[in-house]
Design a protein around this ligand. Structure first.
Ligand code: GCB
Length: 641
């Protein structure tokens, strides 16, 4: 297994070396290295554990220019402007004489809050997709002279071109993953720095996601921005976890072996002493190393395993000669084993719900701990022990809070519906998003499933594409399950619907989106339907749901009535009770109504997907209580351990 991992790791490393998704004008360290054991690993190129670093926030009020024609980027012949051109919008500080013709400028008349999508901040942005330039001026006093400084973005949707004091720092594509650029010494001033970010959220056929999605394409600097200060040689990333137990076995709680690695930003020129301390467990492990990447192994004398019933997190302090970072990590194992999912060796039934990253009451993208508390609080009230964070990586506050609340997480990249599976470039883009998702969250005990996509149409080229992503997920992290939400074809003639998508061969958990009674006839279809898969693997329903407008009451045959949705859930639950013995849970669609420009029924939808169990004002629909009741029953049958 280890050999396979290493080989795949090398493959990914070579794939991602010339990756165009993040282009930095600075020299960043290589994103792989040979450790002191001679193993080549692949990890992303991100600084991780941002909450455990020295940072200066750049959140708050930014000035902006709305630029649908990209006048600030191209000249009138549509050629990219050169760096010093005073008409380029990144040259924010151009001082002009009174006769100069200047046709742009940043002003306090036009401001946006960061983090936050632009769509909800001014009515003129409600349906805007295009370019907006953001500018923030700031002073900077390093905490320590000689430190390196990076600029870190939690996420920008979709393409970000970043400039500091007129110099380009880099470009990044991908709307839901973090990225950082090093700022070279000398560029950052103590006073009056101008940071300009060109944000473009136009959709394109050959991007990830593609043109067509069932959610609103919120644009902007949607997550926090900060400066991160680190010493010259610093701890870039680490991955610390319990050793995988033998198939089907529980990890021991006495003397549990922990393994993983610590990655410095570069190969150090003098020997480093790496120290891992877990004060609550009296662990202090020291390793001397000359490598960029160092394997770590130690034993926990006695550990409370992380689980929904006991979401125990331990303080972990990692230091090198000059750097220290502190995290909170839970220790648990997760495995797909024959027909079951084993959490710490015990079969778990996942009482899940799918969630979009949206606060529907505004509506806007979610980004803060308060938002995470709202969304995960609603999931808890439904009696969930699991959430599917659809259809893209959510803000880090979600997985951090899930860690402390004991909620299992499915995390996904936006490989959604019909992206261009033939394109190598699109595959690289998807792989980079997968790598960054895994890199950011690989120390989160809550995350148990990396999903490589949703409802992708069956064809050989699609299966090859998705298989590559599954292999990459395994190579980057062999401690979790990899999966994808598969599509189902209702079989009108037979009473057994088979989930036989060829991708089922490669995933650890066979997950499918099942909507019998909403898309495949009326809910009473469920009374005779049965489900099966030819794969000897656990089976999970990643979606099922029906639309209802809160407060609209009619007989249960009337679409969009609360009665229809309630009937649908009742029929579904009766059907679930007949599921085969490899059925391990579900994450119905969806927690809240959410904005979707595809949903245009003028009476019930008006631009909203109405499959929420809560509506856009936070009201609970009747179906909420039906699912909650079922979950309480399931919890009594399969208590969280
Ligand atoms: C699906 C998609 C989800 C849609 C949902 C629907 O299968 O995965 O993104 O929003 O169906 O409401 O149709």
């Amino acid at each position: 297994m280890k050999i396979i991992t290493i080989v795949l790791g090398i493959i990914i490393f070579f794939c991602s070396c010339n990756h165009p998704v993040t282009e930095s004008t600075e020299n960043k360290s290589e994103n792989a290295d040979t450790s002191n054991t001679g193993i080549t690993y692949s990890t992303g190129n991100l600084i991780t554990n941002i909450p455990g670093r020295k940072t200066m926030s750049l959140d708050g009020t930014w000035q902006y220019i709305m630029d649908p024609y990209e006048t600030g980027f191209y000249d009138y012949r549509y050629k990219e402007l050169n760096e010093n051109n005073p008409s380029a919008y990144w040259n924010a500080d151009t001082t002009a004489s009174k006769s100069d013709l200047i046709e742009f400028g940043y002003s306090n008349k036009y401001t946006l809050q960061v983090p936050g999508d632009w769509n909800h901040q001014d009515s003129k942005f409600l349906y805007y997709e295009g370019t907006v330039w953001y500018k923030k001026s700031f002073d900077f006093h390093p905490q320590k002279k000689g430190d390196k400084v990076f600029i870190y973005f939690g996420a920008v949707n979709y393409r970000a071109d970043v400039y500091l004091n007129g110099k380009k720092l880099g470009m990044h594509v991908g709307g839901f993953t973090p990225f950082d650029f090093e700022i070279s010494a000398g560029l950052l001033k103590e006073k009056n720095n101008d940071l300009v970010v060109k944000v473009d959220n136009k959709r394109h056929k050959d991007e990830v996601p593609t043109l067509n999605t069932d959610w609103w394409n919120y644009g902007g600097i949607t997550r926090s921005v900060m400066l991160v200060e680190v010493p010259d040689i610093f701890i870039q990333d680490y991955f610390i976890h319990l050793e995988n137990p033998a198939p089907g076995e529980a990890p021991s709680v006495e003397n549990s072996p922990v393994t993983g690695w610590i990655k410095l930003n570069q190969k150090p020129d003098k020997e480093q002493t790496l120290t891992i301390t877990l004060p609550e467990l009296n662990i202090k492990k020291q390793i001397k190393t000359n490598a960029q990447l160092t394997q770590v192994d130690f034993t926990l004398p006695h550990v409370t395993l992380w689980s929904p019933a006991h979401p125990e997190l331990y303080k972990v302090i990692i230091s090198s000669n000059e750097d220290t970072t502190t995290d909170k990590i839970g220790f648990r194992t997760i495995q797909a084993y024959h027909k079951q999912v084993l959490l710490n060796g015990n079969p778990v039934f996942m009482r899940g719900i799918s969630i979009h990253e949206e606060i529907p009451e505004v509506p806007r993208r979610a980004y803060s701990m308060k938002d995470a508390e709202q969304l995960l609080g609603e999931a808890k009230e439904l009696d969930c022990n699991m959430v599917r964070l659809a259809h893209y990586p959510h803000d880090e506050t979600m997985t951090r809070l899930a860690d402390s609340l004991g909620i299992l997480v499915w995390s996904e990249i936006p490989v959604y519906w019909t992206i261009d599976f033939k394109s190598k470039e699109v595959l690289r883009n998807a792989e980079a998003q997968l790598t960054d998702m895994i890199t950011r969250d690989h120390n989160r005990a809550s995350v148990i499933i990396w999903s490589v996509g949703n409802e992708t149409p069956v064809s050989q080229v699609r299966t090859d594409f998705m298989h590559t992503l599954i292999d990459s997920a395994h190579a980057l992290d062999n401690t979790r399950m990899a999966s994808a939400a598969l599509e189902v074809n209702y079989n009108a003639d037979k009473k057994i619907h088979e989930i036989n998508d060829p991708l089922g061969k490669y995933v650890d958990l066979v997950a499918f989106n099942e909507y019998l009674g909403w898309y495949g006839g009326l809910p009473d279809k469920c009374s005779t339907a049965n489900w099966a898969t030819p794969y000897n693997k656990p089976l999970f329903i990643s979606e099922t749901g029906a639309g209802a407008k809160y407060g609209f009451h009619a007989d249960s045959l009337t679409r969009f009535s609360e009665e229809y949705q309630k009937w649908y859930y009742k029929e579904q639950i009766a059907m679930l009770k007949r599921m085969p013995d490899n059925f391990v849970g579900l994450s119905p669609w969806v927690l809240n109504d959410f904005r979707s420009p595809k949903r245009n029924n003028p009476t019930y939808q008006n631009g909203w997907n109405r499959k929420g169990l809560l509506d856009d004002k936070g009201h609970k629909k009747e179906a909420f209580y039906i699912l909650q009741h079922y979950y309480k029953e399931m919890e009594a049958l399969h208590p969280d351990k």
